[in-house]
Design a binder for this molecule. Sequence first.
Ligand code: PXL
Length: 286
Amino acid sequence: MSELKRVAAIHDLSGVGRCSLSVIFPTLSVMGIQVCALPTALLSTHTNGFGEVVLKDMTDYIPDALRHYLAAGIDFDCVYSGFLASEEQVTHCLEVMDSFRTALRVVDPVMGDGGKRYRTYNDALCRRMGELVAAADIITPNLTEASILLGIPYPQAPLTVGEAKQILVKLSQKGPKTVVITGVMLAAGEVCNIGYDREQNAFWRVPYEMIPRSYPGTGDIFASILTGGILLGDSLPIAMTRATAFCEYAIKTTFSYGSPTREGVMLEKCLPMLAEKQSFMEFRQL
Ligand code: PXL
């Protein structure tokens, strides 16, 4: 049997609220992929709904850990970044990516949601996130982050297919050959995750049922399952469908129990579904 894939995950560790490393570890582990954490910050909770958080910035740690990994001859199949605590961490992420030249570069440009920026992000950090996006193979912004990256207002109205394709292509022109945007309301009335593969000039959409709650961490779960799927050999639309199907299931399960939004999705109850052998064919051409 071939060796298991190994991902360097450059994300924060939030103790309560089920986001970032707390959900990336279990989801990728269930998929048979090893997660090696490079924490960007330690937080008591995520920044959305628990009041003042305790945040320990880990900016000094990442370059030292990288030096150790290089000295020890450790290699990674993928470098996957997310929530960052400082502008310098953009430089550090680029250094990690440049150190493992064959690794797949996945950037989840975590900056905001629902048309609003997260409270720890400022203009300078958002601008620098653009540098990371330029170096990525795959990016997974939500529509809020896509708008910030393109410097356009957050679309209040549903997007036409033409507008959605234009946003995907413009983001791809910044560097990444694969762009996946989550949470896009299309003018036809569907809510979708949409994707673009520049090399194949292929556009995809995966519709899902919208639930009137926004659970923190679902973007992290989506991006980690997408990353895992691609590392396991899924095509882009199959990986998108795998990630969408699981998020939809976890969100509906959580909603059905009336669990508080700020606690995130009931991942522990839902994880077994990720290990099941399923076919993921609900995608359509955009
Ligand atoms: O899920 C994105 C995320 C990651 N990390 C932290 C957050 C959030 C969203 O609120 O606060 C610390």
